[in-house]
Design a binder for this molecule. Structure first.
Ligand code: ARG
Length: 276
């Protein structure tokens, strides 16, 4: 009697583990589809909003227009890791997430911040860059604003669909918010006295200041940022965890061997030399 029940236990354990094994295999093969699909196509399609130097911006080199930047260098590394070609789709920032959900692109690399809200609809890789918000102003106004209250009734530009728009809606209620689809137009309007400031991330603001030191400056006022949105990650479709893992591997390697810093410098140099 005793023996028989041991057999039964072992047998049921075997059955249970077999069930797990089969389930595990089938779910992992459905997960790899996301990467397989890209590899079968032979091309990784990355969506970006090329208005955000040094992360993504257009240049004309040898008479040819192309999109370059830190995110594009990262995209190249990821495509190489997958053994495929790279195609960059330039999409308005506020449409990137729906393009990803509609499977028109495989991945977003666009200075995309991780937020709880976005996490509901897409997955994120490990972060690859940390940032904060600043106020880009005309050089003459460099010392004009040291507190948020001084921004009351001022026209402050933010990019549509960005975390800057979200935080400005909450924390800059007294300002006149001007929402536009591309950051480059906001910067031009600031220069042309149509805006008083642009709420934008530090890396991008610094880019404007170093490229056009006579036109732009960063105000001393400390700008609000949601804690959750302080880093950039690749945006990937929710069901594509295999791609998330591949991208995480690439990112951690770049961080470990310091290539990420070199990529940023390379992008900054391109911005200084070729961007308009
Ligand atoms: N980090 C901000 C966000 O995720 C702004 C990103 C804007 N990116 C761009 N390429 N314009 O909302």
């Amino acid at each position: 009697m005793k023996r028989k029940s041991w057999y039964q236990v072992i047998l049921s354990l075997l059955v249970v583990s077999l069930v797990f094994l089969v389930a595990g295999c089938s779910s992992s093969s459905s997960k790899t589809n996301g990467v397989k699909k890209i590899q079968n196509r032979g091309t990784l399609i990355v969506g970006t909003s090329a208005d955000f130097a040094p992360f993504e911006f257009p240049i004309v080199q040898n008479g040819q227009k192309k999109i370059v930047g830190y995110d594009i260098l990262l995209a190249k590394k990821i495509a190489k890791n997958l053994g495929v070609k790279l195609k960059i789709e330039n999409v308005e920032f506020s449409s990137l997430i729906s393009e990803l959900k509609d499977q028109k692109i495989d991945m977003i690399l666009s200075g995309l911040s991780v937020t709880k809200q976005r996490k509901k609809s897409i997955s994120f890789s490990e972060p690859y860059y940390t940032t904060k918000n600043v106020l880009l102003v005309r050089k003459a106004d460099k010392n004009k604003y040291s507190s948020i209250s001084q921004l009351a009734k001022k026209s402050i530009g933010v990019q549509q669909g960005s975390t800057q728009q979200t935080v400005a809606n909450k924390k800059l209620k007294k300002s006149n918010l001007v929402v536009e689809s591309v950051v480059t137009s906001l910067a031009t309007e600031l220069k042309d006295n149509k805006l008083d400031g642009v709420l934008v991330e530090s890396g991008v603001a610094e880019g404007y200041v170093s490229k056009y030191p006579d036109q732009y400056a960063i105000a001393s006022v400390k700008m609000p940022i949601e804690k959750e949105s302080q880093s950039y990650s690749a945006g990937i479709a929710k069901n594509n965890q295999v791609l998330v893992k591949r991208v995480n591997k690439v990112i951690s390697k770049l961080k470990q061997n310091g290539t990420n810093k070199k990529m940023l410098n390379q992008a900054k140099q391109l911005q200084q030399k070729y961007s308009k």
